[in-house]
Design a binder for this molecule. Structure first.
Ligand code: NOJ
Length: 561
C-alpha cells in the first residue's frame, strides 16, 4: 500500500503551488497565416505568459488527428498534427517553457481514440482481428443495452461490416478503448511514459471518469434527471451507475499515479476531468493523495456571484479536499460559456473573482483570454464547426442561450475565438489578410492585450499584480485556509485567512466585497503588514480599518502577533 507523508508547506511540491493557464492551441496565436493557431505561435507568446506571471501552461491536444473534435480525436499519439507544427516545434516549446522556469502540461485523451486511429481501423476490420478486443464490441439486433453517451442518446453504434455495435462515450467517431484488456492499458501507459520522458510536467486527463464500465454491461437504472450537471452527471433519465465513476476507474487513478511517479526529477502531476459530487471526486485523489494529484472542480463556474455562495463553496472544497488533498479553482475552459457572460461583462466583478481565484487555497486554472476579460461570442449554430453544435443544430438559438445560463454550451465555437492581442487586423492572432478559423469577437477594439498592458487599472494588470503577489507569498501559495465568520463581517463581504505552517509563518487575510457599495472592514493587526488591493496599486488604510470600494478585494500580508 502506498502512503504519503504529511509534507510541511515549505516543501510543498511545485504542482500544489502553481498557477495554470489553459491554451486552446487553435485559437491562441497563428505563426504561419493559415488562420489556425500553432505551436510556434505559442512559442512567440511565451514571454507574454511569463510576464503575466502564470507558472504552468496546459495546451489542449495538438496530436495527429482528423480534427473532427479539434484534436480530442487522436489518430497518432506520438506525432503532431501538421497544422500545429512538428515534433521539433514541440520539443522547442517544451525547452523554451523550461528555460523560463515554467512548466508544461499536455492533454491526454485516454478514454477514446479517433475512429481513424490504426488500432480502430484494425479492430473494426473483422471480428477475429487481434485488435478487436481493444475497443468495446457487442452483438445485438438493437443497441446491446440502455447506456447513454455524455451527449444523450445511445452511445452504441452499429458497424455493418461485422454486424456488431461499438461503444463511444462521447461522439460516434470517438470509440472508447477497452481498459479491461491489459494490452490496451500497456499501450496507453506507454503513451504516458513517452511524453513524460520528453519532459512534459503534467497531464490533463480527458473524460477520465468514463474509462472503465461495468464488465457485465448491465443496464443503467432510471433517473428522473433530464439534464446532467458537473456535480451530478446523471441525466437523460438515467443514473450512470455502470458507465461513469466506476470503482475500477478510481482504482486505475492510483495505478496511473504510480506510473507518473516513476518520473520524479522533477515530479510530475495529473489533473483529471471528472464529474460528480465532491465526495466522489475526492476519491480520485485517494484519502492520502495517492491517486490523481488534482481534479477539476467545475462548481465554481456556476456559483452565484455573492459572498454567501462563495463562502459555501470554499467551505465545501475545504472539507472535501483537506491537506494533503488540494482543490482547484476553475472558472472556464474550452467547453463552457466564457465567465464574462455570467458576470454580465462586468470587469469589476471579474477583478473580484480573479482575486478569489488567486488567493483561495487551491490551484487556479485560467482559460486563455480570461485575463483580459474576453467575452462570450454568440455565433449562429448553423455555421458551427464544433461537432457538438452540429449534432444539436436543431436547437433554436434562444434555447441554446437559455441552456448557457445553466452552464451548458451547445456551440463550443463560442468560447474558442481567436485570442485578442491588439485592435488591429485579426486581433493580432493571424497575419492581416488571413482568415482566422473562427471570427474575432467584435469587442476587440477595447478588449485586447495591447490596450490593457501597462494600464494599472486594467483587468490584465490586476492578474499580473495578483500573480506576482502569490509568487512571493508562501501563505497564498500553500497556506491553510480559515473562513472568517460572516458574523464578524459586513454583509456581502467574504473573508478568509491563509496561514503558512510553522512558527512565525506568514498570514494573508483576504476581504472581498461582492456588493456595489462601499463597506468598511477591520483589518486586525499583523506584524509588519503590507496591504494589497485588486483595484489600487497602492491602497491606503485608515488606521485599523479599510473602506472597500464596490467589488474591491484586499489582501493583508504579515505575521500573526
Ligand atoms: C472533454 C473535452 O474537454 C472536450 O472538448 C471533448 O470534446 C470531449 N472531452 C471528448 O474528448
Amino acid at each position: 500500500m502506498l502512503t504519503v507523508e504529511h509534507v510541511p508547506q515549505s516543501v510543498l511540491p511545485w504542482w500544489k503551488t502553481t498557477t495554470v493557464y489553459q491554451i486552446y492551441p487553435r485559437s491562441f496565436s497563428d505563426s504561419n497565416g493559415d488562420g489556425i493557431g500553432d505551436l510556434p505561435g505559442i512559442l512567440h507568446k511565451l514571454d507574454y505568459l511569463h510576464a503575466l506571471g502564470v507558472e504552468t501552461i496546459w495546451i489542449s491536444p495538438f496530436f495527429e488527428s482528423p480534427q473532427a473534435d479539434f484534436g480530442y480525436d487522436i489518430r497518432d499519439h506520438f506525432s503532431i498534427a501538421g497544422e500545429y507544427g512538428s515534433l521539433d516545434d514541440c520539443r522547442r516549446l517544451i525547452d523554451a517553457v523550461h528555460a523560463r522556469g515554467m512548466k508544461i502540461v499536455f492533454d491526454m485523451v485516454l478514454n477514446h481514440t479517433s475512429d481513424q486511429h490504426p488500432w480502430f481501423l484494425e479492430s473494426r476490420s473483422s471480428r477475429e482481428n487481434p485488435k478487436r478486443d481493444w475497443y468495446l464490441w457487442r452483438d445485438g439486433k438493437k443497441p446491446p443495452n440502455n447506456w447513454r453517451s455524455f451527449l444523450g442518446g445511445s452511445g452504441w453504434h452499429h458497424d455493418p461490416a461485422t454486424d456488431q455495435w461499438y461503444w463511444a462515450s462521447f461522439l460516434p467517431f470517438q470509440p472508447d478503448l477497452n481498459y479491461r484488456n491489459p494490452a490496451v492499458k500497456r499501450a496507453m501507459l506507454d503513451v504516458v511514459r513517452h511524453w513524460l520522458g520528453e519532459g512534459v510536467d503534467g497531464l490533463r486527463l480527458d473524460l477520465f471518469n468514463a474509462l472503465f464500465k461495468d464488465e457485465a454491461f448491465t443496464d443503467n437504472p432510471f433517473s428522473f434527471r433530464p439534464i446532467p450537471s458537473e456535480e451530478n452527471p446523471d441525466g437523460f433519465f438515467q443514473r450512470n451507475q455502470h458507465t461513469i465513476n466506476h470503482p475500477d476507474t478510481i482504482a486505475f487513478a492510483r495505478e496511473l499515479r504510480a506510473v507518473v511517479d516513476e518520473f520524479s526529477h522533477p515530479p510530475r502531476f495529473l489533473v483529471g476531468e471528472v464529474f460528480g459530487p465532491s465526495s466522489v471526486l475526492q476519491q480520485y485523489c485517494g484519502p492520502a493523495g495517492e491517486g490523481l494529484n488534482l481534479v477539476f472542480l467545475f462548481k465554481a463556474m456556476r456559483s452565484q456571484f455573492s459572498a454567501p455562495a462563495f463562502r459555501a463553496l470554499i467551505h465545501e472544497f475545504e472539507s472535501s479536499f483537506p491537506d494533503p488533498l488540494f482543490p482547484t479553482w476553475v472558472f472556464g475552459n474550452h467547453d463552457r460559456p466564457r465567465w464574462m457572460e455570467r458576470l454580465g461583462n462586468h470587469v469589476g466583478k471579474a477583478k473580484l473573482l480573479a482575486t478569489l481565484q488567486l488567493t483561495a487555497r487551491g490551484v487556479p486554472f485560467i482559460y486563455y483570454g480570461d485575463e483580459i476579460g474576453m467575452q462570450h461570442h454568440e455565433l449562429p449554430t448553423k455555421d458551427a464547426l464544433d461537432p457538438v453544435a452540429r449534432r444539436f443544430h436543431w436547437v433554436p438559438q434562444w434555447m441554446a442561450r437559455r441552456l448557457r445560463g445553466w452552464g451548458i454550451l451547445l456551440n463550443r465555437d463560442e468560447c474558442r475565438p481567436p485570442m485578442q492581442w491588439h485592435a488591429g487586423p485579426n486581433a493580432g492572432f493571424s497575419a492581416a489578410g488571413a482568415i482566422p478559423w473562427l471570427p474575432v469577437h467584435p469587442s476587440v477594439s477595447e478588449v485586447n492585450v495591447a490596450a490593457q498592458q501597462g494600464q494599472p487599472h486594467s483587468l490584465l494588470s490586476v492578474y499580473q499584480r495578483l500573480l506576482a503577489l502569490r509568487k512571493l507569498s508562501p501563505a497564498l501559495r500553500g497556506g491553510s485556509l480559515d473562513l472568517i465568520s460572516d458574523r464578524e463581517l459586513p454583509k456581502h463581504v467574504l473573508g478568509y485567512r491563509r496561514t503558512q505552517e510553522g512558527q512565525g509563518g506568514e498570514q494573508a487575510t483576504v476581504f472581498l466585497n461582492f456588493s456595489e457599495r462601499e463597506v468598511s472592514v477591520a483589518l486586525g493587526d499583523p506584524l509588519g503588514h503590507t496591504l494589497h488591493s485588486n483595484l489600487h496599486p497602492t491602497p491606503q488604510a485608515r488606521g485599523a480599518r479599510y473602506t472597500l470600494a464596490a467589488h474591491e478585494g484586499i489582501i493583508l500580508l504579515g505575521r500573526p502577533r
